[in-house]
Design a protein. Structure first.
Length: 342
């Protein structure tokens, strides 16, 4: 590796920082306050930066069952939660957390009928009755759509789903057979920085690259605290007879069809995503026949990169910004209430 004088200075600075602090990335989570806490879910409200008065319909981040909610807050400077809050939006996070072995993990029916609806209602109350804009990644996006289809009375303003596969036959990597859902993410390249140390050595002059590598490493370590049992059951239910593609999936004794979604939907697929390839997400255009608007976008990156990779800041996040801006126009600009209504 031959560096220019500027590159050499940058590499030296990064090495000194690593020697002094042991890291380059700022992994501090965005500050947030609890809104609702339960045995299977917690809802947090992100604190706005000083001088920012958030307004408009709130945004609720929905993580995939079996993956850390930290996916939305990977690191400072490349955190979707940070980006949304700094833009003056009301940001909330649903965090189901790792479940202890003895605890009961919610299945698909509980996610759709209890976990996510309760979180939506909590955000709705906390913001003085404003409709909620859902943002879901991976299986979290699928759960968000199924919840909207199953609960037409829920205060949902819209849904933005990122890398949400609905056609299991189009997925190249088999997610289900592995003992841990983590393997699916590793197959998609989340661990590429860890297994290729030469990439680190050849990017010593790039602090942003090094920080992203550290953040991904940290996220993969958090994944080890999630057993993935619930996610595997949910994938199995969705994959059985290709249910979503064939008129709906059985949830709690009834058929839930994506055609019953009655809110605007933004779907974003990753061009290099192996867990949710474009052709596994594209059928949403046809399946969401009852939605008043369906917008489909393609961005670069793999399964995690399309959500919060360095390039996502100029692609996925811009698509989402435009979408949320349109939601603000539809529903008006109302400041957040300091206390929930009685």
């Amino acid at each position: 590796m031959i560096l220019s004088p500027r590159g050499l200075r940058a590499a030296t600075s990064n090495l000194l920082r690593l020697a002094a602090h042991g890291h380059v990335a700022d992994l501090r989570p965005m500050p947030a306050d609890p809104v609702e806490d339960g045995p299977r879910r917690s809802v947090y409200r992100y604190r706005p930066p000083e001088g920012v008065v958030p307004a408009g319909p709130p945004v609720l981040f929905v993580p995939p069952p079996g993956a850390p909610a930290r996916c939305y807050d990977l690191r400072r400077g490349c955190s979707l939660a940070e980006h949304v809050v700094r833009a003056g939006r009301l940001g909330y996070l649903l965090d189901h957390g790792p479940v202890r072995r003895a605890d009961h993990e919610p299945d698909l029916a509980e996610w759709v009928s209890d976990v996510l609806p309760a979180a939506i209602r909590a955000v709705h109350r906390d913001t003085g009755g404003q409709p909620v804009q859902l943002v879901g990644w991976g299986l979290g996006g699928v759960v968000a759509l199924l919840t909207a289809a199953a609960g037409p009375g829920l205060p949902i303003a819209s849904a933005a789903v990122i890398a949400a596969p609905v056609d299991p036959n189009a997925v190249r990597h088999a997610v289900m057979p592995g003992p841990l859902v983590k393997r699916a993410y590793q197959a998609a390249g989340i661990d590429k920085y860890m297994v290729r140390p030469c990439l680190i050595l050849t990017h010593l002059d790039n602090a942003d690259f090094l920080a992203q590598a550290e953040a991904i490493d940290h996220f993969a370590q958090e994944m080890s605290g999630y057993s993935g049992r619930a996610a595997k059951r949910i994938y199995r239910a969705l994959s059985r007879n290709n249910a979503l593609m064939r008129g709906g999936v059985e949830i709690g004794g009834r058929t839930v069809d994506l055609a019953d979604v009655r809110v605007p939907v933004l779907a974003i697929a990753g061009r290099g995503d192996a867990v949710a390839p474009v052709r596994a997400v594209l059928p949403l255009i046809r399946l969401l026949g009852g939605a008043p608007q369906v917008r489909f976008e393609i961005a670069g990156g793999g399964h995690l990169d399309v959500l919060t990779g360095r390039s996502a800041r100029k692609t996925t996040w811009r698509y989402l910004d435009r979408w949320l801006d349109e939601g603000t126009i539809r529903h008006g600009i109302r400041p957040q209430r300091l206390t929930a209504p009685g």
